[in-house]
Each structure stands twice: as structure tokens, then as C-alpha cells.
Design a protein around this ligand. Structure first.
Ligand SMILES: C[S@@+](CC[C@H](N)C(=O)[O-])C[C@H]1O[C@@H](n2cnc3c(N)ncnc32)[C@H](O)[C@@H]1O
Length: 284
């Protein structure tokens, strides 16, 4: 930590207001009905305590019911369920990619995980011996769980497109499943911010959903495990609400990364994850 770093809130002591998704009584038919209607039916406007500083900082586009979750990432209960449910739904692939990313940054002293959610990537980075690990996200509910589960990581509320760190603060920036949840204009700003907070030569590692999972599944491929995985992830992707995912898939990523001042070292596209390893160019 340096004297110019942002203050890290005491998340565990912080009381967050309950939202309607916390109040759902799933033991009662009416509560269960409301829950199921939210997951399978029409999405609603996310409701948060707009008067509170922590909620004023959230970009409008993030206040949606992503993944059909009741009140999106904005309730203690659903955020907790999401942290475990996401990994289960991804059949172990998130765990594997987080481990791979962590192992690629073992030499780093300071690493930032943007869009950290429940903090699992930041925790994986810390577990390989990186001393100074930060996680940034916009959802206070996810951050509170992240800080409770991973006390050795510094968690702050900050949008990827406006990071409260000094220039060249980090040796590596890591991102898992964030950019496809942002409108393209803000992805570009977030890349500019990642570039600014990285030291020259520092690395940016990105894992995002693969567009290949949207391709038609060949019937004959269902005789193989690979074919079933493709069918499963295609079905999952077509059912969850992700308003900006198609815009992300359409981006010319190599051009976008180059424009932001990064050199693309490696790209691996496998269902369900697209992985990019990038390096901040010394001069842009
Ligand atoms: C799909 S989750 C991924 C969470 C985590 N990285 C993981 O792999 O488990 C996307 C996360 O991005 C966060 N997020 C969305 N827009 C953001 C933004 N502009 N800045 C920072 N975080 C954002 C959400 O709150 C959510 O926690």
C-alpha cells in the first residue's frame, strides 16, 4: 500500500440497506413466485438506496438485472448466491482460468483485479504470493462479501473507467468477465485506465466469454464431451440477460487493445472463455 492509495472501507462493519431481493421470503409461495418471476419473467428496474454515497457511484448501465438476478448484484443474499452459483454454472472453468491468471503474475508486487465481484480472482492472485492485491467493483454488496471471504485483499468501490490510483501503480491488472458487461464506450475508457495505472511493460490479463459458444452446435458433436460443453454453454448464454455482450463480441479486440497502448502477446479462444495476455507498451 502507498500513501496515495484510496482508503479501504471496513466492509464488514459497513451496514448496507436491504433491498427487495433480501426481503423475499422464499418459504412462502408469494415470495417464491416473485423470485421465480424475476428469474424467468420480466426484468425490473434495479432499486437501490440512491441517497447513499456508495450507490451514487454506480454507473447507470450497471444498475440492471444482469443474469436475470432479482435486483441484479444489489442485495446481500443474491450477491452471495451469485458468487457460488456463477462458478457452478461455469463447470469449473472460472476456477481454472483464475488459477492460470494468478500463476502468470507470481513475479508481480502489486496487482489490481477490476470487476472483482466476490474477489475470487484477487484471492487466487494473493494465494500465489503477491503481497499487494487490490480488487475494485461497483457493487457494494459483492464487495462486502469479497472482503469478508478474503481479508488479505484490499477491496474498494470504483468503476473500471475511473480508477482512484496513481499512474503506474501496478505491475499487473487482471480482469475476469467484466468487459462484456460494459457498453463499448466505457470498455475503451476502462482500457485507458488499466493502461494508466500499469507500469510500462506491466501486463493486462483478460478472460471474457467466448463468442464461439454462440455458433450452432453440430448434432454429431453431441456424441463428444466437447460437443455437450458447447451445447451447454450456448444454452446458458442464450438464457441469461447480458445487455452488452453482443457489442463486446462485435468489437475488433486486437485493434482496440492496440489503440489503448497494449501489445497482444497471446490470445486463446476456447469455449467458454476467451483469454488475452497483453503488455503495456513502453511508449505509445
Ligand atoms: C460477471 S461478474 C465477474 C466477477 C468476477 N470478476 C469473477 O470472475 O467472478 C462482473 C462484475 O463486474 C462488476 N462491474 C460491472 N460494471 C463495472 C464497472 N464499470 N466497474 C467495475 N466493476 C463493474 C459487477 O458488479 C460484477 O461484480
Amino acid at each position: 500500500m502507498t500513501s496515495r492509495d484510496p482508503r479501504v472501507p471496513d466492509w464488514q462493519a459497513l451496514e448496507l440497506s436491504k433491498t427487495w431481493a433480501d426481503e423475499l421470503d422464499l418459504a412462502r409461495p408469494s415470495g417464491l413466485w416473485r423470485f421465480l418471476r424475476s428469474i424467468f419473467g420480466q426484468r425490473r428496474q434495479v432499486v437501490v438506496d440512491a441517497g447513499h454515497d456508495l450507490f451514487r457511484a454506480i454507473p447507470k448501465y450497471a444498475l440492471q438485472e444482469f443474469h436475470n438476478l432479482p435486483n441484479g448484484n444489489y442485495s446481500s443474499r443474491i450477491a452471495r448466491g451469485y458468487i457460488t452459483g456463477f462458478d457452478r454454472a461455469m463447470l469449473g472453468s472460472m476456477h481454472r482460468i483464475r488459477q492460470e491468471i494468478a500463476e502468470r503474475v507470481t513475479d508481480a508486487k502489486a496487482v489490481l483485479d477490476i470487476g472483482t465481484g466476490g474477489g475470487k480472482l484477487a484471492a487466487a492472485v494473493q494465494s500465489v504470493g503477491v503481497a499487494d492485491v487490490w480488487g475494485a467493483d461497483v457493487s457494494p454488496y459483492l464487495l462486502k462479501h469479497a472482503a469478508t471471504d478474503n481479508p488479505g485483499v484490499s477491496f474498494i468501490q470504483a468503476p473500471a473507467e475511473d480508477l482512484p490510483f496513481t499512474d503506474q501503480r501496478f505491475d499487473a491488472v487482471v480482469v475476469s468477465f467484466l468487459f462484456h458487461e460494459m457498453p463499448p464506450k466505457y470498455v475503451k475508457q476502462a482500457l485507458a485506465e488499466a493502461h494508466r495505472v500499469l507500469r510500462p511493460g506491466g501486463c493486462l490479463l483478460i478472460a471474457e466469454p467466448s463468442e464461439n459458444q454462440l455458433l450452432p452446435v453440430k448434432l454429431a458433436s453431441l456424441l463428444t464431451a466437447k460437443g455437450w460443453r458447447h451445447w451447454y454453454f450456448k444454452s446458458l448464454a442464450s438464457r441469461v440477460y447480458e445487455p452488452f455482450v453482443m457489442a463486446w463480441h462485435k468489437q475488433n479486440k486486437p485493434a482496440m487493445f492496440a489503440e489503448a497502448g497494449f501489445e497482444l502477446l497471446q490470445h486463446r479462444d476456447e469455449i467458454p472463455i476467451n483469454f488475452y495476455s497483453l503488455k503495456k507498451r513502453s511508449t505509445t
